[in-house]
Design a binder for this molecule. Structure first.
Ligand code: NAP
Length: 433
């Protein structure tokens, strides 16, 4: 028997578990450990609440977690309830699938003013992550600035712009829905330090901005490169740029909210009296490699809210080699130390879609198989259970999660799939109704 512990129940963790099932068949026992009492990581608290079709992938994960070979072990914090060294003693392989839940720091003066939030916090707030349920971002407007030209910036702008009706079938949490409907934001500026050809936004996500009930996307035609240069782009990027071109020609609108794409625009300072009031922006120019540098021309954007969507980092874990420059665990193709592996964003950084984690999970399962041979006489889950019971940890199983989920479904507002619990205490209470 091989004993595998996967830390993190997001997409990377579940795809790793599924791959271990396929590679080892009945000859493996996988424990998926999560700090929260609820599974699915990024699927639950990262993917936008109005993108329910992407969240549907959790049904496939449930099928994995309800077999004898794979268990969910929730409400267990690494470094508090059990250490990495203890897990490495108990299991043949320990796989770090902890994602990249911390924001890359925005390195400009004023970035710590109240009203400046990172996307991990803002996304966590509207998705009901217990760490951010109390965030209460200032939505009094009239300006909001979203920094970054990736898909997270689009998610944030779209969520700020949607009407209550547009959230109808979503699982946005009640506190966020109420706050957003009481908001007074009329201008959402998306700042990109480079140009339309350098965006990291995908076509489907960009296209959605053109279909919002009460918001219109605005692109300055003068920012767009000449059309013939689009031919050098890959097909996906070309489609994205075509959306921007369409936004640039369709400017007349009586919709009350404007989503303004401000390209060649780099934040250099955030200012305000005790809270954010404005962002100081410097115009940029690109060199022949597409890198931006400031031109010296500066202007100000009024804002009561700034959301920085400039990428994520994996938090370090004591005793695990860490690559500080890249913000993830130091690894060679997923191998960190003997018997210790990293997968998903914790391995490669915050890139790619949910599906990118599938081949990643398989690659790690195959490396574990190559390193492990026939397995060992390690204690695996029996040893973990004894250790956690001795420490009085209130472990949450997948069956417990199903009770929590049933309570969330029962509490849903009309048309919504669920109303999430936003505190660990409420989640734990729901498993023992
Ligand atoms: P991302 O795609 O890496 O985009 C980060 C953006 O931040 C880039 O435009 C980058 O510009 C900009 N940036 C970085 N540092 C900056 C700074 N100091 N000042 C100003 N701008 C800065 O990251 P993400 O949006 O966080 O997304 C993470 C991953 O999740 C991506 O793979 C994304 O596609 C995926 N995702 C997918 C979906 C979906 O499929 N619906 C939704 C959300 C996220 P430069 O290019 O100039 O560095």
């Amino acid at each position: 028997m091989r004993h595998v512990a996967v830390i993190g129940s997001g997409p990377a963790g579940y795809y790793t578990a599924e791959a271990c099932q396929k590679v080892f068949g009945e000859g493996v026992r996988v424990d998926i450990i999560d700090r929260l009492p609820v599974p699915f990581g990024l699927i639950r608290t990262g993917v936008a609440p109005d993108h329910q079709s992407i969240k549907g992938v959790s049904r496939r994960y449930a099928a994995v977690a309800l077999t004898d070979t794979v268990r969910f072990v929730g409400n267990v914090t690494i470094g508090q309830d059990v250490s990495i060294d203890e897990l490495r003693t108990l299991y043949d392989a320990v796989v770090l699938a902890t994602g990249a839940p911390h924001d890359r720091a925005l390195d400009v003066p004023g970035a710590t003013l109240p009203g400046v939030v990172g996307s991990a916090a803002f996304v966590g707030w509207y998705n009901g992550h217990p760490d951010y349920a109390e965030l209460a971002p200032p939505l009094d407007g009239p300006g909001a600035v979203v920094i970054g030209n990736g898909n997270v910036a689009i998610d944030v702008a779209r969520i700020l712009a949607k009407s209550e009706a547009e959230f109808g079938a979503s699982d946005i949490v009640g506190h966020a829905l109420t706050a957003l409907q009481d908001a007074h934001i009329d201008t959402i500026t998306i700042l990109g330090r480079r140009g339309p050809h350098q965006i990291a936004m995908t076509p489907k996500e960009l296209g959605e901005l053109g279909e919002l009930e009460r918001a219109v996307p605005i692109v300055d035609p003068g920012d767009l490169p000449r059309t013939e240069f689009d031919a050098a782009l890959d097909p996906g990027q070309r489609k994205s740029v075509t959306h921007l071109r369409n936004f640039a020609v369709a400017q007349g609108s009586d919709k009350p909210i404007r989503i303004v794409f401000d390209f060649f625009a780099m934040p250099v300072a955030i200012e305000g009296d005790g809270k954010v009031e404005r962002v100081v922006v410097e115009r940029t120019a690109l060199d022949s490699d597409g890198n931006a540098s400031g031109t010296g021309e500066r202007y100000e954007l009024p804002a009561s809210l700034v959301v920085s969507c400039i990428g994520y980092r994996t938090p370090p874990i004591e005793g695990v080699p860490y690559d500080d420059r890249s913000g993830r665990f130091a690894n060679e193709d997923g191998r960190v130390l003997p018997g210790l592996y990293a997968v998903g964003w914790a391995r490669r950084g915050p890139t790619g879609t949910i599906g990118t984690n599938r081949p990643d999970g398989f690659a790690i399962a195959e490396k574990i198989a190559a390193d492990l041979g026939e397995g060992s006489d390690k204690q695996g889950r029996a040893g973990l259970d004894a250790l956690l019971a001795g420490r009085g940890v209130d472990v949450v199983t997948f069956r417990d999660w199903q009770k929590i989920e049933a309570a969330e479904i029962a509490a849903a507002r009309t048309g919504a799939p669920r109303e999430k619990f936003t505190s660990v205490e409420a989640m734990l209470a729901a498993k023992n109704p």
